[in-house]
Write a protein that binds this ligand. Sequence first.
Ligand code: UDX
Length: 427
Amino acid sequence: MKIAVFGTGYVGLVAGACLADLGNEVICVDVDEKKISDLKKGKIPIYEPGLEAIVKKNFEEKRLTFTINAKESIENSKIIFIAVGTPQSESGEADLKYVFQVAETIGKNANESKVIVDKSTVPIGTAKKVKEKASEFTQHKIEVVSNPEFLREGSAVKDFLEPDRVVIGSDSKEAAELIESLYKPLDCEILITSSESAEMIKYASNAFLATKISFINEIANLCEKVGADVKEVSKGMGLDNRIGKHFLDAGSGYGGSCFPKDVQALQKIAHNVGCELSIIREAENVNKKQKTIPVEKLKKEFDSLEGKKIAVLGLAFKPNTDDMREASSIEIINYLLREKAKVIAVDPIAQETAKKILSGIEYAKNPYDAAKGADALILITEWNEFLELDFEKIGREMNSKIIIDGRNIYNKENLKKLGFKYLGIGR
Ligand code: UDX
């Protein structure tokens, strides 16, 4: 199948490369000339495990190409994916200007009937509007399919090729079946719905997962007060198949490019039709508070944090990515700085990203250097590199042996034996 993918960001590039890997002829389009010329040289703009290899392989085998020429890519493709950004507008809604720009471009350049696939996360009703927009500029038949992306950063390629499910929403049976055929090689359930339901499935899934995390974080905070350990509690809860064990890890709150944005956008969508989503609103509030908890814990350990040296392990919003959008580390570090603490941070991949976002902190090469003279250590991102540390060595480096385990990854008994004061989340 001949496919064009508009937008070579996270979603577009992964989708394009994976669709090529499934045997399709894919052309990825972007307005950013530098990005396209870099991609042609095999330079991948984001850090994502497995992506570089799959891009390189399919580029060399000529199933994957890159261009800034929108016209040619539309003329050559029956199916056109829209995977451009939908940034958050000031009001909290998704800003659809890039999506509609692409729709217009498709309409203007359509040389035959086309099937447009919305991959970007868009408000309910957008598929219909995209169809109207593109159809304004052409006599050819335009069908639109909503095919939301559920990939997680850090495992995006795997998530695309081994999904739990594929959702295809359209009011055209023919278009839905065409897109279904693309995913047939994958061993997963394919659900065909209306475009509105497909758009809602994306928002509702992310809001549910975010709520699940905030739920366990609230339980964690209660566990602390009543002497329970949230790790044991979430394990016990997760063994119930109705609840499920995933997304029940208490910690310093959720971040990333999706949950915070989608949780707000869904509330806005609801508000616009006179509906209030009180559970989801509280999930957001709990999350904001959760990001302050590591510092609140630290404040109880010292009369003042002024001049205290705090080692921070992990900056990315989660492991295996250099992405720091809405990362808990930003809230935590800025709070520490407001309290006039000195911060020395370390992250295996996200330090360069951090330098553009955070100011007034130092960086260390590794956790041992960060721990030198530190009055406390906060673990924020559970990178593999931080799981098995030599805590005897870390303890020798530190000024006072206090550990705030913001993701509950360490063995609290072992650390206590080594003379640390261990403070987890809900333990
Ligand atoms: C998420 C969705 O999982 C994905 O389906 C969607 O397409 C995009 O948004 P992503 O943002 O990449 O993916 O990360 P995810 O792995 O879901 O984690 C999001 C945040 O939740 C991270 O900050 C993570 O640390 C936090 N989290 C996750 C928890 O605090 N506890 C958990 O149990 C799980």
